[in-house]
Write a protein that binds this ligand. Structure first.
Ligand SMILES: NC(=O)c1ccc[n+]([C@@H]2O[C@H](COP(=O)([O-])OP(=O)(O)OC[C@H]3O[C@@H](n4cnc5c(N)ncnc54)[C@H](O)[C@@H]3O)[C@@H](O)[C@H]2O)c1
Length: 497
């Protein structure tokens, strides 16, 4: 199933963030929302999403799909391959929207609602082809958090659930099919319990909004990024595991310290929550808070990726897709002819992720080698040494690298590389990568490399394919008149020796 175009109905907090995720994944978006503020909101959310992705991954990221803001539901859904509804959370409005969407959408096109808790059975009642309706419940910010809960209604077909699952996986998400249709699904049911208890604690004057947030953020919240209550409590039971844990703490479930009913939403409670929340924000705007939130989510996802755990695994697979969509053969050749080969090539850039930083708080030496390797990878993509070429059993291996450190760079700072080919024959490639800080262009490091073309099936060097050599020669000839980078060929020695 190839989804080329998605129709989005509603472009508020959630709808505009769906647009960002889809455009980054090269899906064309047609979006309808009667709100005049839609273009400005999209602009802000798309910028936030690009900013976060460029911190999260070294894969080239861009808005690869085409965005169209349209004037009606009909224009948004006619000819779309998938529809995501993100209108206000009111069942009467959703039912009206679903009737209209279904009357224009292709008969087999899945229509998903972002609803946080309404039942798909209620939304599909009396509409055309109700079997294609699902809930696809995402989490804010949709462009970063991978979870999407898929819920079918009484009339939903297995096929619609499978289509939705396949589509969401393809755009880097973690679809979780909720087997039984229940209000508020899984995650919100658990979050509501926590929210209810926290309102009781605030209402009874036990703790302030900020203290209650600290009680989550400094402890359980860190664990929850990679394991839920079951794995957490299994470990909490020690060697005795879950059985021991339940025997010891199970009786407490009946103790009268949890409140099953929410507190009454009195004016007094509303005022106190609002006033404490304002104090906690310390004057920071929603935009500032959103960017801080995104940066922290990115750091957590990167940490989980290193540990190959939960959402980190989803990110690792997603990155492969991001590389794939940015490096299709056609794009590579289009990009090749776009370059000015009389200058050093600027092919690779990024932002220093937190895990690249050492106890001196700057980028650590092994990460320079990693970044230089990535700069070589970017050159390989340009000359056509890509996934397809690797599958044929050919690649370049680094055989020697000379790394010179000249400046410092901290976590979160941006960098770019300038790459120069210094020499080549059919088997060898001699390159220099100069790493610069994006802000003031100061030089940070140089990495001079000798790379060897190999037949990976036979583990021996061999000549590169003629098409690869042709591209390399073009770059080399173009750069021939450039001055040699200052440190080229230098060896380590004491001054004056
Ligand atoms: N905010 C969250 O954290 C969150 C998380 C997951 C799911 N959701 C769900 O996503 C949906 C949207 O929530 P939101 O937070 O983006 O709300 P929102 O208020 O930010 O956005 C709703 C948008 O719908 C638009 N709208 C109103 N009538 C419309 C119509 N007839 N056609 C098209 N658009 C119309 C509004 O102009 C508004 O921009 C809800 O179902 C909600 O439950 C929200």
């Amino acid at each position: 199933m190839r989804i080329n175009t998605a129709g989005l109905i509603g472009g508020g907090v959630i709808g505009s963030a769906w647009a960002a995720r889809l455009l980054i994944n090269a899906v064309n978006v047609r979006i309808y929302d009667p709100d005049q503020e839609l273009p400005a909101r999209l602009d802000k959310v798309l910028n936030n999403a690009l900013r976060a992705y460029r911190k999260m991954t070294l894969a080239p990221v861009d808005l690869r799909g085409e965005l169209q803001i349209v004037d009606s539901i009909e224009e948004a859904v006619c000819g779309a391959d998938f529809i995501q509804e993100s209108g206000p959370e009111r069942i009467d409005l959703k039912q009206q929207l679903f009737r209209e969407i279904a009357s224009y959408a292709g008969n087999e096109v899945v229509i998903a609602s972002s609803s946080s808790g309404l039942l798909p059975s209620d939304m599909q009642q009396g509409i055309k082809n109700p079997e294609r309706v699902v809930v696809g419940h995402p989490f804010n910010p949709v462009y970063l958090l991978p979870l999407v809960e898929i819920v079918g209604g009484q009339q939903t077909s297995e096929q619609a659930i499978r289509h939705a699952e396949e589509f969401y996986s393809g755009i880097g998400m973690h679809p979780l099919v909720v087997k039984k249709e229940v209000q508020a699904f899984l995650a919100d049911r658990m979050m509501e319990a926590l929210w209810r208890e926290s309102l009781h604690l605030l209402n009874e004057g036990v703790a302030t909004a900020d203290e209650l947030d600290q009680a989550i953020a400094y402890g359980p919240g860190i664990r929850w990024a990679f394991m839920g209550p079951y794995l957490t409590y299994r470990i909490a039971g020690g060697e005795g595991g879950m059985h021991h844990f339940m025997s010891q703490f199970g009786p407490s479930l009946k103790w009268p310290w949890t409140r099953f009913d929410g507190p009454d939403l009195t004016d007094d409670l509303l005022n106190r929550v609002t006033e404490q929340s304002d104090r906690q924000a310390q004057g920071r705007s929603i935009s500032e808070l959103e960017q801080k939130r995104d940066d922290c989510i990115v750091s957590i996802l990167q940490g989980l990726r290193v540990n190959e755990t939960s959402a980190g695994q989803t990110l690792a697979q997603y990155e492969e897709k991001l590389y794939r969509i940015s490096h299709t053969d056609d794009q590579a050749s289009a990009r090749f002819s776009d370059h000015d080969f009389s200058q050093p090539l600027q092919l690779h850039s990024g932002v220093v992720p937190p895990e690249w930083v050492d106890y001196n708080r700057h980028m650590t030496e092994s990460s320079y080698l990693r970044a230089i390797g990535d700069a070589s990878d970017a050159l390989f993509q340009l000359i056509g040494v890509n996934e397809e070429y690797h599958k044929q059993g050919f690649s370049y291996f680094s055989v020697e690298t000379h790394l010179i450190h000249q400046g410092e760079i901290m976590a979160g700072e941006a960098f770019y590389f300038q790459t120069q080919i210094l020499g080549l024959d059919t088997k060898r490639l001699h390159v220099n990568h100069a790493m610069h800080a994006t802000g003031d262009h100061r030089i940070l490091a140089t990495g001079e490399q000798m790379l060897l073309h190999v037949n990976t099936r036979e583990s021996r060097s061999c000549p590169a394919a003629p098409a690869i050599m042709e591209r390399l020669k073009k770059i080399y000839e173009g750069q021939r008149n450039l001055e040699l980078p200052v440190n080229c060929g230098r060896s380590i020695q004491m001054p004056g020796s």
